[in-house]
Design a protein around this ligand. Structure first.
Ligand code: GRG
Length: 290
């Protein structure tokens, strides 16, 4: 576990350094927009998705320099989604990562543009990466667009906004969180697999692993929200919407998260002998406190 924590710290440093490079923009007229993007991009995100990206890369012997554009792209997509999610016409949250949400500081107009700007940049950094061959870049961008779009995060957010209630069907809750949360993990796993030359079976295993850890991650998020106070959690919590705790109760939710983690671990057997970090990541996500 200590080795993993060290790797995690190094990943955060590398990602911060590369993100600063990708986001560098000296145009004076854009100063506030870039400031608003930086405000959210460098506000203490855990960088779990980039870590997952590098772990998958290692399985296929791919050096981090071939994965870093993808790792940064997913962090850009993730941050773009958080900025948008917090907006008043979405989840209407004032606090994110212990700080005022982007739109509270910069206004809704700037926050919306920061979100779209980051999302678009994500595709650009992959497409411009000289380390990757064109066919792989195209496949990765197609995968990312798919997991963000109507069948992915956008669809999940829509169903969350329009159909989430404390008494909704469990299948609706599942629909929402596979798309809002797990799909980005799925996009990371399969995209890193594309870069690593994964076979069809390996790609399916990565998708299955990612779906399960992403889902477990969301259940843990709900458990932490239900236990925590907003100031401890660093974000607004306890909104009048359905979540795992309201639908299943805390104990069953925890049990479900553990089952998902077990399913994730089973999915890694195809990588036997190279799957120790995937297993550790699953355990680490279940044990998380923030
Ligand atoms: C991609 C711009 C865009 C929109 C898609 C708004 C939207 C549609 C989707 C919202 C998705 C969302 C907010 C999901 C929540 C996922 C989640 C559990 C976030 C917390 O992740 P952590 O704990 O966050 O990794 P940190 O702060 O560590 O980065």
């Amino acid at each position: 576990m200590e080795e993993m924590m060290n790797e995690f710290r190094k990943t955060r440093e590398l990602i911060d350094q590369k993100l600063r490079k990708y986001m560098r923009n000296d145009e004076p007229l854009l100063k506030i927009l870039i400031e608003s993007i930086d405000y959210s991009l460098f506000s203490g995100g855990k960088r779990i998705r980039p870590l997952f990206c590098f772990i998958v890369g290692e399985i296929f012997g791919v050096p981090n320099k071939k994965l870093v554009s993808l790792a940064c792209a997913v962090e850009m997509i993730h941050t773009a989604s958080l900025i948008m999610d917090d907006l008043p016409h979405m989840d209407d949250a004032d606090v994110r990562r212990g700080k005022p949400a982007n739109h509270i500081v910069y206004g809704q107009d700037v926050a919306s543009l920061a979100s779209i700007g980051l999302l678009t940049k994500a595709y650009e950094v992959v497409l411009q990466d000289p380390e990757l061959p064109d066919d792989k870049k195209a496949k990765v961008v197609q995968k990312l667009a798919n997991i963000v779009g109507i069948e992915g995060m956008v669809g999940g957010q829509f169903v969350d906004l329009k159909h989430s209630t404390p008494t909704m069907e469990y299948s609706t809750l599942e629909y929402i969180h596979i798309r809002k949360t797990a799909s980005l993990f799925m996009g990371v796993g399969t995209s890193a697999g594309i870069i690593g030359g994964a076979s069809k079976e390996e790609s399916l295993a990565l998708e299955n692993y990612a779906k399960n850890i992403g889902f477990a991650f969301q259940i843990m998020d709900d458990l932490l929200d239900s236990d925590g106070k907003p100031e401890e959690m660093g974000k607004s919590v306890q909104k009048d919407k359905g979540n795992f705790i309201k639908l299943l109760g805390a104990e069953k939710s925890r049990q479900l998260a553990e089952e998902c983690a077990e399913r994730a671990i089973e999915a890694t057997h195809i990588f036997s002998g190279r799957n120790d970090k995937l297993i550790m990541l699953g355990k680490m996500l279940l044990a998380r406190r923030n």
